[in-house]
Design a protein around this ligand. Sequence first.
Ligand SMILES: [Zn+2]
Length: 162
Amino acid sequence: MSSSSSSSRSQTRTTVGIPSTCWCGANLTTFGAQTKDNLYRRFYRCEISVKRQSEHHLFKWIDEAIIDEISIVDTKISQLQADFQSFKRTTTLRLQERGKKIDESFLEMKRIFHDQTILLDELMNKSTLVLEAKSQSLLLNIVAAAIVLGTMAWLYEKITVG
Ligand SMILES: [Zn+2]
């Protein structure tokens, strides 16, 4: 939005938004127009241009500069909104995927529990004759704990990895 070169004499040179310095590098001052068409209309101009009328220095109406500036901000807000929408979309998709993965994991966990329970039942039935009631319940507890721990570790890995 600022320029410091004074070498160019191009008439088409424009400044977007509110200018901060003149093309010659000098600071800008605001003046009031004296012409009949634009009486008292404020504009930006550097002090040097007042003394050297023949030179080509920045000229910009303040009201136009402000309108420029508003449209720049508008564009930025639109861009931010677009960015936010796309971020929201991506995040929603990611969360949906993650949710699906968790659902699948729970289903798998249920399957494993079911299989292990059948296995446990078989083990109990087989061991009934061999083991005393006390050691049998101890074994049962150990096996159940191992199943729970194993399943939790497996589930944890499923959810966190990927
Ligand atoms: Zn200037």
